[in-house]
Design a protein around this ligand. Structure first.
Ligand code: ZN
Ligand code: ZN
Length: 409
């Protein structure tokens, strides 16, 4: 991959993804083996006028050792300097850039119960700070190919070849070529998203009914104020940013506690560094009442019991079967990509900014309206070639939104 092309990608992440403003602070999360790319991103942040840029390095192997050797008590402890940092972030509101490259199997063999318990304990301390930051800062998640990840996606290839191939695939999904201006492309893509979202929102669907021959027969209800979102968005300080790169989906926040039926997943899910395959959820009164998985049953059970909101839905998203990432035919084992190749649903936290007028409401008021609250937000894929989705309005009008896996409106 040409260095100039990769540099263009770094610039795209900073300018269109996080949209770093003059004088802002930035925090970047990146794996230690991606230092070269990270340095390009840091450089672009300063060029955009960033005042301060901090990189949080991590490494799959070190993370695994931490979870293996530290006691639950130690893992559950938030040290004073860590809490100070959260406090600083909630006041400073730095842009947040996450560069993904992790091995989808990187935590294989680690006890999911231990991971969950430690997360719950730490969340008690971090929650007030993350609540204080909700919708108030720019953030973006983008990916670069780590070696283990590339080998998982292209198992038959040599390491170098697999990494190169994953670079090509990733850059294709974010519209970066050797000779284009990807920023221009993204501006156009964001304008298209705006139109599609406006149209979907105008129907004011009360419920969505999913059916597919794989056993999916599922209904979810929306809030009267659920807006459809997609592409770029504004934070409450008026800064426009793209939270996910790539992104194809249009999504909304459903009504907490109102979902019925069975949803069958159509792609594997890497959750906390471990794979879950061939699984389904059954819902009653909005809650998961049955979990089925050929691989990863225990992990999935731990996931839905993380907290009160983890067994309820926080997002529904539409992605046609016939779309650029889906047409690549690549299974990425990484939600950032796989969720953009398939209709998906998320268990856990709902996005407050999909609610009409969210800026004038407190977080408590939004949750009162039906935005689900949880420390998890896990997307899983349900798109299928024969998926049908019928929207029903409050006055009983039915509209075929999806037919045979693609938009019908
Ligand atoms: Zn989504
Ligand atoms: Zn999601």
């Amino acid at each position: 991959m040409k260095k100039t092309t990769i540099k263009k990608y770094a610039k795209l992440i900073v300018r269109i993804g996080a949209n770093v403003q003059k004088g802002q602070s930035v925090t970047i999360s990146c794996a230690a083996d991606q230092a070269e790319f990270c340095a390009m991103v840091v450089d672009e942040c300063y060029k955009a006028g960033a005042r301060y840029v901090a990189v949080e390095w991590h490494d799959d192997r070190v993370t695994k050792l931490t979870y293996r050797h530290e006691t639950l008590k130690t893992l559950s402890t938030v040290l004073p300097w860590q809490e100070e940092k959260m406090k600083w972030m909630s006041e400073e509101l730095p842009c947040r850039i996450v560069i993904l490259s992790d091995d989808p199997d990187g935590m294989k063999g680690i006890d999911p119960t231990k991971v969950k318990k430690a997360r719950i304990a730490r969340y008690k301390v971090s929650k007030p700070y993350s609540d204080a930051m909700e919708s108030k800062y720019q953030w973006t998640i983008a990916a670069v190919p780590g070696e283990a990840w590339a080998k998982k996606v292209f198992p038959g290839m040599r390491k170098g070849k697999a990494v190169e191939k994953l670079w090509q695939a990733i850059l294709e999904t974010v519209y970066v070529t050797d000779d284009n201006d990807p920023i221009e492309v993204w501006n156009k893509v964001n304008a298209d998203f705006k139109e599609r979202c406006k149209k979907l929102t105008s129907y004011r669907f009360d419920s969505l009914h999913y059916t597919s021959s794989n056993g999916t027969d599922f209904t979810v209800w929306l809030m009267p104020r659920s807006n459809w979102c997609g592409g770029g968005e504004f934070d409450l300080n008026g800064h426009y940013f793209n939270p996910n790169m790539p992104t194809i989906e249009v999504f909304t926040t459903p009504m907490k506690g109102r979902a019925e039926g069975r949803l069958v997943s159509t792609k594997p899910l890497s959750y906390q560094g471990q794979l879950i395959e061939n699984f389904a959820f059954t819902f009653k009164d909005g809650k998961v009442v049955k979990v089925e998985a050929e691989k990863g049953q225990k992990l999935l059970e731990e996931m839905v019991s993380t907290d009160e909101g983890a067994c309820m839905i926080g997002e529904v998203a539409l992605v046609p079967q016939d779309s650029p990432i889906s047409n690549q035919g690549i299974l990425y084992y990484e939600t950032l990509f796989d969720e953009n190749a398939s209709c998906h649903v998320a268990l856990g936290r709902g996005y407050a900014d999909c609610v009409e007028g969210y800026g004038e409401m407190t977080l408590e008021e939004l949750r009162e309206l039906g935005v689900n609250e949880s420390m998890i937000h896990v997307d899983f894929m349900v798109g299928a070639p024969d998926l049908s989705i019928v929207g029903r309005t409050k006055d009983g009008k039915e509209v075929q939104i999806f037919k045979n896996g693609n938009f019908a409106i």
